[in-house]
Each structure stands twice: as structure tokens, then as C-alpha cells.
Write a protein that binds this ligand. Structure first.
Ligand SMILES: NC(=O)C1=CN([C@@H]2O[C@H](COP(=O)(O)OP(=O)(O)OC[C@H]3O[C@@H](n4cnc5c(N)ncnc54)[C@H](OP(=O)(O)O)[C@@H]3O)[C@@H](O)[C@H]2O)C=CC1
Ligand SMILES: Nc1nc2c(c(=O)[nH]1)N=C([C@H](O)[C@@H](O)CO)CN2
Length: 240
């Protein structure tokens, strides 16, 4: 059985991959979920990180991942709900399907896994006298909406609300917090004009990269007191 594991959903690339590499150690094994086969998965496996294929677009996929954790882990130090799809509204996908897909990955999966895995998080507390952690990756747009990612923003707002409910439900054995980034890193296909426009939206006018997210996660994991909180990583965008 695996003790004191940190579960990171969507760990195959970008922020989730950085979280996995930064947090894995002999005393704190990391379990990541992924869908797409990549070189990064082999790299993580070579580091001793457990990589589980899991697609949260169905409740069956959530249940299958839960079953793996229940069968192989005795306690969980943390769950980092990072898996996400930044889906824009488009003519190619119906509004109903867009909203369903956003709510499934950003709300159903975290909600169900938090409830399923509550006993394993509480086992960590009983074994160490330290609170376990749940971290939800939300988004700056929770506070302002988004004209082009309406369903995405609404689902992230629901995820932010889960932080409030679960922090009250699970204290003091489990701390529950959100990290709300705005731009941390661009995507490969982002145009130069999009990059320049987006950088100007914050006071700091930079894309700080994965390290900003890694340090925020480590800050929350090291705290003994912060819960029900949202850590904003937005470069002062709310004041720009
Ligand atoms: N990057 C940024 O600047 C910002 C990020 N955030 C948030 O931070 C988090 C990390 O961002 P980022 O690294 O860019 O995320 P990505 O867009 O790279 O997505 C992370 C992973 O989520 C997985 N995923 C997507 N849908 C599903 C699903 N249905 N089931 C299981 N896994 C799924 C994907 O796995 P696979 O590739 O294997 O299919 C993907 O690699 C996200 O929650 C994001 O919303 C918020 C604001 C800004
Ligand atoms: N799952 C994802 N969510 C978000 C991403 C991303 O790449 N994947 N990117 C952003 C943008 O950086 C946005 O914050 C600035 O344009 C938002 N969410």
C-alpha cells in the first residue's frame, strides 16, 4: 500500500507536471492522472511517480480512478484538482454539451473524489497529527466571468464554492483552498498579438510560468492554518 500520497489530476503537462516533479519524494509519493500518452509520462514513471490513465469526462472514469486509489493507498497527504479543459463556446459544440463537459471535469470530478477520498485524507491526519490538503485550481475569471469561456468560468466558480463547503465540512483534519491564476503560461499556439494583448491585462505584464503555481501549492501545503482561502496569482490584473 502507498502511504501519504499526493494525488495530482492532469499531471501530464504544464502546471500538473511541474507540481508532480516538485512534490515527489520517497516520503511523499506522487500519483498523477493523465489521458494522453507523452514522453513526460515516461519521464515521471522513471522518477518513480505513479501515472494512472483517467478520463473524468464520465462518472465511470471518476469511479475507476477512485477504485485505484482505494485499492492502493492507505492515506493521502493531499489531492490537487488540476485537471481542466479551457473550452471556449463554439458553433461546433452545443451549449448544453459545453456546459456539461465543463461541469463534469471542474465540478463533478473534484466533488465526487473529495467525498470518496475523505477517509484517506483523514487517515493522514490520524497518522501524523497534521492536516491533509485539498487544493482546487480555479481561475481569475471566477470573479469577473468571461465572454469567450462562459461555461468554463461558471464551472470554475462552482469549483471555488466547493472550497468553501469542503473547508467547513473537513476542518480540522483537512485544509481546503483554491489557487486562482490568471495568466501563468501561454499555450503553444498562442499568437504574438494574443500574447501582447494578454500580458497588458495585468500590472506586472509577465507570464511567470509554472514556478509561480508550484510555490503557491508549497505555501498552502506548508501552512497549518490557512483553509477556505483563495490564493490569487494574477499579477495585479484586478487593478489594471
Ligand atoms: N495556464 C494558465 O495560465 C492558467 C491555468 N489555470 C488553471 O490551472 C490548472 C493548470 O493549468 P494548465 O497546466 O494550463 O492546464 P492544461 O490545460 O495543460 O490541462 C491540464 C490537464 O488536464 C487534463 N484534462 C483535461 N480534461 C480532462 C478530463 N476530462 N479528464 C482528465 N483529465 C483531463 C489534460 O490531460 P491530458 O493532456 O493527458 O488529456 C491536461 O494535460 C487548470 O485547472 C487551469 O484551469 C487557470 C488560469 C490560468
Ligand atoms: N485548463 C486550462 N485553463 C486555462 C488555461 C489553460 O491553458 N488551460 N489558460 C488560461 C489563460 O492563461 C488565461 O488565464 C489568460 O488568457 C486560463 N485557463
Amino acid at each position: 500500500m502507498i502511504d501519504n500520497a499526493i494525488v495530482i489530476t492532469g499531471g501530464g503537462q504544464r502546471l500538473g507536471l511541474a507540481f508532480a516533479k516538485a512534490l515527489h519524494s520517497k516520503l511523499t509519493p506522487v500519483v498523477i492522472t493523465y489521458r494522453a500518452e507523452r514522453e513526460s509520462i515516461t519521464e515521471l514513471q522513471n522518477l518513480g511517480i505513479i501515472c494512472i490513465k483517467a478520463d473524468f469526462s464520465t462518472d465511470e472514469g471518476v469511479a475507476n480512478f477512485n477504485q485505484f486509489i482505494q485499492s492502493n493507498c492507505s492515506s493521502l497527504k493531499a489531492i490537487i484538482h488540476n485537471a481542466s479543459d479551457w473550452l471556449a463556446e463554439s458553433a461546433a459544440v452545443s451549449p448544453s454539451e459545453t456546459m456539461q463537459s465543463m461541469m463534469q471535469v471542474h465540478v463533478q470530478a473534484p466533488y465526487q473524489l473529495n467525498l470518496f477520498l475523505q477517509p484517506l485524507l483523514e487517515n493522514y491526519y490520524l497518522q501524523t497529527s497534521n492536516a491533509a490538503d485539498i487544493i482546487h485550481l480555479t481561475d481569475f475569471v471566477v470573479g469577473k466571468g468571461s465572454k469567450k469561456h462562459i461555461a468554463y468560468a461558471a464551472s470554475k466558480a462552482a469549483l471555488a464554492n466547493l472550497t468553501l463547503s469542503f473547508s467547513a465540512l473537513l476542518a480540522p483534519k483537512v485544509k481546503v483552498n483554491s489557487i486562482a491564476p490568471s495568466l501563468l503560461m501561454f499555450n503553444e499556439n498562442d499568437s504574438d498579438s494574443y500574447k501582447q494583448k494578454t500580458l497588458k491585462k495585468s500590472l506586472m505584464q509577465i507570464a511567470p510560468g509554472e514556478i509561480e503555481g508550484v510555490e503557491a501549492v508549497q505555501y498552502l501545503l506548508n501552512s497549518r492554518y490557512i483553509t477556505g482561502h483563495t490564493l490569487h496569482l494574477n499579477g495585479g490584473r484586478h487593478l489594471a
